[in-house]
Design a protein. Structure first.
Length: 571
């Protein structure tokens, strides 16, 4: 089937006209081309595409065998009226998915499409056991009846919400934008035939969860100050986080007209994106309108170019160093499966992966806002127009002399502890031998004891060497669970710390102003530039370096003019 072309200059879109029919009748629909500038009336469907395998067919614009996913096929059956047409916008069929240029143009309009929908229909799937009862109860409640809910009804709703957020809709990145930008009318949330407004769904959850969680000691109800720092696996509040985060995003963007790219990426870091470019494209519509032109929607561009443009945008906003410090970076010689090109080492591996894998190396002060630099919002760093070279200011720390790579299991990690203690002794000797070399750094090297990095099986009481009591076991195992995939290292002049397993002897440690952790750099080549010969580096990752994790080296060494800054060239 061929689509008639759309005119992007007048913001044309296609609307799906769903013909009436009984639940078991074949699905028949057609399209109507309209301009958003004319403020057409339509509802927009927010749903999960699902598997493309064995697709059922509908009759579409006269063609009887137009394939759609099983999820969409089922949604249309539930959405169809018996006695009148229904006008919808559905991305899978209203956009010619085989036409890259049209797809690009329509994705650029996606924010406006969902803003103009009256309303957005969040369809979570077919009814579950007990969902009709719970949604019926939700629909019947008003402010007074909520206050008078009986305990049995409250427990029913509490259980319903926990099952609700397991729905695939809550895991996808596109659905975040589709809900958050639903401004034309109150969005509706449906399971099967039952529907409830988003505002009521969230308000009742807020009340029910407060009552239920208040009976469970040790569970906090509020979101952390920076919800991107705390992993969901570390808390018993997954429902509260998912619903509250979506609601807070919706309120913030409605009130402020959008958010910045850094915040949106971090607030959607657990959302999944099948198409890796959608990690960026799916949140573009939530940016402030003045910033949207900085993101080019083009599915023909390499993934690395899309990501590099996004990072360049974040650096222009003065948020680059701290942002990269919290991401899993490509590192040396990383190749994306879609292209054979080697990525710039400083690019985050967005894709479907979680962003904050580097956070295990952060110092505790990071949660309180501390950084190893001249401020968390320092305007530092820029990406060259080639989108492959990052130039960023900072200062050298030292070079890695020796490292021990931890194993993949706890037993392997335990087996390395004696070697690590020997390395610590060696680091102490190196620090003493080099105390006249950059003497202002000497005091940092013995500042933080080894037990802050590793726990040995000794009871912490003066004058004894008893085995650690059983109560230390949980803390000890938690520590060792963080070690696999990491390495322990010492430097030429006696620093020591923990970093990624890919660290090699000879790698350098550097502080980037505005970042909360030191970075590990690897020499790549020398490049002749306008200012003479420059060293080009790859970034390996971030590290925890004992004694310098609270910004003190910058405050006391750089700011006191004991050393000059360096411009690092990273590729």
């Amino acid at each position: 089937m061929s689509y008639a072309p759309l005119n992007p200059s007048i913001q044309q879109i296609r609307l799906l006209v769903l013909s009436p029919g009984d639940p078991d009748a074949p699905i028949t629909c057609s399209t109507d081309t309209v301009s958003l500038l004319d403020f057409p009336s339509y509802e927009a469907l927010s749903y999960v595409w699902g598997s493309p395998l064995d697709p059922p067919s509908i009759t579409f614009n006269g063609h009887e065998r137009f394939p759609v996913t099983a999820n969409l096929f089922t949604a249309l059956k539930y959405l169809r009226y018996r006695d009148r047409k229904r006008v919808l916008w559905v991305d899978a069929v209203c956009i010619n998915q085989k036409d890259i240029e049209e797809r690009n143009a329509q994705v650029r309009l996606m924010g406006e499409i969902y803003k103009g929908a009256r309303p957005v229909l969040v369809w979570l799937g077919q009814e579950d056991e007990g969902s009709d009862e719970a949604l019926g109860l939700l629909s019947s409640l008003d402010q007074e009846s909520i206050e008078g809910l009986g305990r049995e009804e409250e427990i029913t709703l509490f259980s319903f919400y926990f099952e609700l957020v397991k729905k695939p809709w809550f895991t996808r990145i596109w659905t975040v934008q589709e809900l958050v930008l639903a401004m034309g009318a109150e969005p509706l949330v449906g399971l099967g035939w039952k529907w409830v407004s988003w505002t009521k769904l969230f308000r009742i959850w807020d009340i029910v969860s407060e009552r239920q969680f208040s009976e469970m000691p040790g569970i906090s109800l509020s979101l952390p100050a920076d919800d991107t720092v705390v992993e969901e696996s570390q808390t018993l509040r997954p429902v509260n986080i998912k619903l509250a985060l979506l609601n807070n995003l919706r309120a913030a963007i409605t009130n402020n007209g959008g958010d910045n790219l850094r915040n949106l990426l971090l607030n959607t870091h657990t959302s999944q994106a099948t198409e890796p470019r959608d990690r960026i494209f799916a949140i573009r519509g939530m940016l402030h309108s003045s910033e949207q032109d900085g993101i080019t929607v083009d599915y023909a561009r390499p993934v690395s170019t899309v990501y590099a443009e996004a990072v360049a945008h974040i650096f222009r906003k003065g948020q680059g160093p701290a942002f990269l410090a919290g991401c899993k970076l490509a590192g040396p010689a990383f190749k994306n499966g879609e292209q054979e090109e080697i990525w710039p080492s400083w690019l985050p591996r967005f894709g479907a992966e979680k962003l904050l894998s580097g956070s295990k190396f952060f110092p505790p002060s990071t949660i309180e806002g501390g950084v190893s630099g001249v401020g968390g919002t320092a305007t530092n760093g820029e990406v060259d127009v080639d989108l492959r070279t990052l130039r960023i200011k900072g200062m050298w720390v030292d070079a890695v002399k020796e490292r021990i790579v931890f194993g993949r299991t706890m037993e392997e990690c335990i087996g390395k502890l004696r070697k690590i203690e020997n390395l610590i002794a060696q680091a102490g000797n190196l620090a003493e031998e080099n105390k006249e070399k950059r003497p202002y750094l000497h005091g940092y090297k013995g500042k933080e004891p080894l037990w802050r990095v590793l726990v040995t099986d000794k009871k912490y009481s003066a004058g004894t060497f008893d085995r650690a009591p059983e109560k230390y076991g949980e803390m000890y195992e938690t520590l060792l669970n963080r070690l696999p995939g990491s390495s322990f290292f010492i430097t030429d002049t006696g620093f020591f710390g923990i970093g990624p397993a890919t660290i090699e002897n000879g790698d350098s440690l550097a502080i980037w102003f505005g970042a909360p952790v030191p970075f590990v750099l690897r020499h790549l080549k020398r490049s002749e530039g306008s200012n003479g010969e420059n060293v080009v580096h790859l970034v390996v990752g971030v590290a925890y370096v004992a004694g310098i994790m609270d910004g003190e080296m910058v405050d006391e060494v750089y700011c006191e003019d004991l050393e000059d800054d360096t411009t690092f060239i990273i590729q």
